[in-house]
Design a protein. Structure first.
Length: 128
């Protein structure tokens, strides 16, 4: 089952950082070493406010199918379009890099708003 192609009502993206180690000597000199050529710890938080319970259950089913926080997945084209529609920018700086695998940072949170309507919050971690 692919990630649900539902347009989020809220997004938060943290592009992560490169693996850097900083060392300070007694005289105050600082040495910084770069330990890789790819970013790590990318974070993507999505909120889906006031969606149907059927839509909310798609997130729980996807979480179940991807073995929770263990396995990674990629957004298929329909999901990528839904995720980034309405997010203005140059298409590069505001969108996570292509080719990133994602995994759940925690289980999706589902809040019942009223009968048949829920709000879902999803937190993802990018793995390059």
């Amino acid at each position: 089952m692919p990630y649900p192609a539902i347009r989020p009502t809220g997004r938060s993206y943290d592009p992560g950082d490169w693996p850097v180690r900083t060392y300070n000597s007694q005289n105050g000199a600082e040495v910084r070493l770069l330990y890789g050529s790819k970013r790590h710890n990318l974070k993507f938080a999505l909120t889906y406010s006031n969606i149907s319970d059927a839509g909310a259950s798609q997130f729980l089913a996807h979480y179940e199918e991807t073995t929770g926080t263990f396995s990674t997945f990629r957004f298929e084209s329909d999901a990528r379009v839904a995720l980034f529609t309405g997010w203005s920018g140059d298409g590069g700086a505001l969108s996570p890099p292509v080719g990133v695998d994602w995994r759940y940072a925690e289980p999706p949170r589902v809040e019942s708003v009223r009968p048949g309507i829920s709000t879902v919050t999803v937190s993802l971690v990018g793995v390059i």
